[in-house]
Design a protein around this ligand. Structure first.
Ligand code: CA
Ligand code: CA
Length: 106
């Protein structure tokens, strides 16, 4: 069974609005990280993963107490990425800029 590990997340720019983002990460609707405060310039080692079948949906969210949470972005990890080493994806929802590094293993 393939396993996707979120290695790290780099925040180049937070979502719209003042102050830090409260980042959390879901894989297939299961929260695997957060909520953690993150600011522009922060690089976070996550190192948490989850096994999946053919593909897994990874989503980054920004928690807000007074309104709906902001969707930073989502991407698919796929079993075809096994053995391809570390992957990088950029997410830019709500005027943010996040670089996510992840690895798919067997
Ligand atoms: Ca927030
Ligand atoms: Ca927000």
């Amino acid at each position: 069974m393939p396993n996707v590990v979120i290695d790290s997340v780099y925040c180049a720019e937070t979502t719209d609005g003042f102050g830090s983002d409260q980042l959390y990460i879901k894989i297939d609707d299961v929260q695997i990280y957060g909520t953690e405060e993150i600011d522009a310039g922060d690089n976070r080692i996550i190192n948490v993963g989850r096994s999946f079948g053919v593909k897994a949906k990874v989503s980054l969210w920004e928690y807000d107490s007074g309104s709906a949470d902001d969707h930073i972005g989502s991407f698919w990890a796929h079993q075809s990425q096994v053995g391809e080493g570390q992957q990088a994806v950029t997410l830019t929802g709500d005027d943010s800029h996040y670089d996510v590094h992840y690895t798919v293993t067997e």
